[in-house]
Structure formats: C-alpha cells, structure tokens
Design a protein around this ligand. Structure first.
Ligand SMILES: [Zn+2]
Length: 189
C-alpha cells in the first residue's frame, strides 16, 4: 500500500511496519535522491514512531490514522533538525540523554535563513519543542505488545544517536548507517 499525503509518502512495509517518507529536497537540495525515512511500528497495544521529520507539514494526523487506538510512543533517533522539528505536534518525545537538552529548547534555524526562508520564516526560524522530553539510555527496553524495542546507544553521527533493535531482529539505525556518504563526527564521551 502506498499513497501520497502532501509531501509524505506512506509505504506499508510489513503488517506491523510503515515507512513514512518525507521529501525534504524541497527544503534542502542535498536530499534530492534521498527521502527522509520515519518508521512506525505497530505492536498489540502500543505503537512507536521513530523521528518526526522537518516539521513543515502535519504528521500527527497521518500517524493517528495508522495507529488506531494504540498508545503512541515517539522517539528521536538523534537531534538533527530533519529528525526532530515535528516534535511540537506530539506531547511527549523520547531521545537519548546526551541530546535531551537540544530538543528541550526551541530549535534555532537562523544560521541558514536563506535556505530555510520558505518554510520557517513564518515561525521566525525558531521551532518549539515537544512539551515533555524523556530520556533514553543504552539498554532500555520498551514493550509495544508482542514487539519489544531495545535502545542501543551508537554515538558517532551525533553524540546521542541511537539504533533500535526489535525482538524480530530488525535494526533501525537513524543516521548511524544509511545509503550514501556518511557524516561522522568525533564524539568524546
Ligand atoms: Zn543526522
């Protein structure tokens, strides 16, 4: 199943797994061949959304429709702008403890006003955070009902990058590993 909702493309990958692809080339041309992948995992009683995209188009209505009556958990794989700027739509978001501070404050995009003008000028280049930020730590396990999610801290792309491993042996890597050239940074712990 696949359909388009503004600039999101929703692909049902498995019974319990959706990929929500955000076309962010409209914001930044470097992403032309590289949509941003967010993942939605549906357990029996809870669902997990991994990342919230760049916050220029409503994401929560799409997620709400897909999860039905399940309780929703929202994780950020790390604190880069293209993974967190939809956080405001969700009441509560989890992120690795190393990057909790970044996503607890309004995100300042004024460092690249020209680039971001079209989508963020009306919000004065300052994007509010989610109301509640909760910390993830290496080894944390979450139960969605028949699917469990284990948090693996994997710094390098950023200090709070995580991978998420399911009990079905799927590994969600955020920007720790993806197709194409990798952006890595020396992180002193
Ligand atoms: Zn990143």
């Amino acid at each position: 199943m696949s359909h388009n909702n503004q600039h999101f493309k929703i692909v049902k990958h498995k019974d319990y797994l959706y990929v929500i692809q955000e076309d962010i080339s409209i914001v930044h041309s470097v992403y032309t061949n590289d949509p941003l992948n967010m993942y939605l995992i549906l357990g029996n009683h809870s669902a997990l959304l991994i990342d919230t995209g760049c916050g220029i188009s409503p994401l929560k209505p799409i997620v709400d429709k897909l999860i039905g009556s399940r309780k929703l958990l929202v994780f950020n794989s790390h604190a880069h702008w293209d993974h967190i700027l939809g956080n405001e739509e969700f009441g509560e978001v989890y992120i690795h403890e190393n990057e909790e501070k970044i996503v607890s404050e309004p995100y300042d995009l004024s460092y690249a006003k020209e680039l971001f003008a079209k989508y963020y000028a009306n919000r004065n280049f300052s994007i509010p955070p989610a109301k509640i930020i909760k910390k993830l730590r290496n080894g944390d396990v979450f139960d969605l009902g028949n699917i469990t999610i284990k948090v693996i801290h994997a710094p390098g792309h950023s200090s709070g990058s995580i991978c998420l491993l399911t009990n079905k042996n799927e590994l969600f890597t955020g920007d720790v590993a993806y197709y194409g050239e990798h952006f890595l940074k020396y992180v002193k712990n």
